[in-house]
Design a protein around this ligand. Structure first.
Ligand SMILES: *Cc1c(COP(=O)(O)O)cnc(C)c1O
Length: 348
């Protein structure tokens, strides 16, 4: 079976992580601090606060921005449930915007249509490795959280994702661009926001009993994070190579290929004018794990009217995410391409 995604770990990374384990410092210490410095300086912002997941980073970000019960937070419908969960943790209300059919990213006009007096934050995920131009959203005067769980290293010109929003969050979950098993971070240019975030995580031996969160990252995870971050450039190069190979092979097929410009291909998502589910199950029979890039759009979870989210609906029906990861071998890429071509031939 060719899997849909896979982390890439080298022996020296295991050795560095083991060294931290052997040192006896298993909780949060100097190595976490070093990882925070490395990542925030890579993004070009003031600082970062590491967490145990992207979801917890998002939860802390919402608290830091003062989101309260009954406030509204705008997110796209075509995204994983993690965003809705984090909004639920603070008792706020998720308000869904539609996406761009070709970018898969949150649609600016749809966001404008959803703004109300209660809107506190817009969360902008850069989906599947394609960066959103965040600047126009800042004009709304609402707080912006960039969700860079899928876009670490993607940039528009010199503006790297995570450097524009009031707060940005990252995930280092096993399948993401770099892995610490589970893990996350929030970064910001605001010292006030960073201090508030730190305060919310630092729960031990405090003078008051304000609600705080045990969301901390461990030093051995951070050791892995540091070595993974050093490999990011190479990871992205390999992803782009695989995507170019797929692009060439699929050039003449009746399907839409992902946008090339600025894409770092966290996912390689094609759109086939057929039912995605049947294509995915055919590929599985040939030993290839393809997936829906989003399991189910959020408007379906919330029981909202399908016709209000035409682009998310269309993409949900048509999108197939193919295997792509740095260690994917040439022979495997060829097999993925050959098989998809065969499967499509059979069904035309
Ligand atoms: C993975 C992901 C998250 C959540 O990160 P976890 O580390 O799994 O909690 C949030 N947003 C997006 C866009 C993601 O892909």
């Amino acid at each position: 079976m060719i899997s849909h995604s896979k982390p890439s770990i080298k022996k020296y990374e295991i050795e560095r992580t083991s060294k931290v384990l052997m040192s006896g410092n298993h909780a949060t210490g100097e190595i976490v601090e070093k990882f925070e410095k490395k990542l925030s300086s890579f993004i070009g912002v003031e600082g970062g606060v590491a967490t145990n997941s992207g979801t917890s980073a998002l939860h802390i970000a919402l608290l830091v921005l003062g989101v309260k019960p009954n406030d509204e937070v705008i997110i796209p419908s075509f995204v994983c449930t993690a965003l809705m969960n984090a909004i639920g943790y603070v008792g706020a209300k998720p308000v869904l915007a539609d996406i761009g059919e070709d970018t898969f990213n949150i649609d600016y006009k749809s966001v404008l249509a959803k703004l109300t007096k209660k809107t506190k934050v817009v969360i902008i995920p850069h989906m599947f490795g394609l960066p959103v131009n965040v600047a126009p959203f800042l004009n709304s005067g609402i707080y912006i959280i960039e969700d860079c769980a899928q876009s670490l290293g993607a940039a528009i010109g010199r503006r790297i994702t995570g450097s524009v929003g009031h707060i940005s969050i990252f995930s280092f979950y096993a399948t993401k661009l770099i892995s610490t098993g589970y893990g996350g971070m929030l970064v910001s240019n605001s010292k006030t926001f960073l201090n508030r975030a730190r305060d919310l995580l630092d729960f031990d031996e405090r003078r008051n009993c304000k609600l705080r969160f045990n969301y901390n990252m461990t030093d051995f995870q951070a050791a892995l994070g540091i070595s993974q971050l050093a490999r990011l450039k190479d990871f992205i190069r390999k992803r782009i190579e695989t995507a170019s190979y797929y692009d060439k092979r699929f050039d003449k097929l009746p399907m839409k290929l992902p946008i090339r410009q600025r894409n770092i291909y966290y996912r390689y998502v094609v759109r086939i004018d057929k039912d995605a589910v049947s294509i995915i199950s055919c590929l599985k029979r040939y030993g290839i794990e393809a997936k829906r890039p989003v399991f189910k759009p959020l408007h379906l979870y919330l029981g909202l009217e399908r016709s209000k989210f035409p682009a998310a609906e269309k993409v949900f029906r048509e999108a197939v995410s193919l295997p792509i990861y740095p260690d994917l071998k040439d022979g495997e890429k060829r097999r993925v391409a050959d098989t998809l071509i065969t499967v499509l031939d059979d069904r035309l």
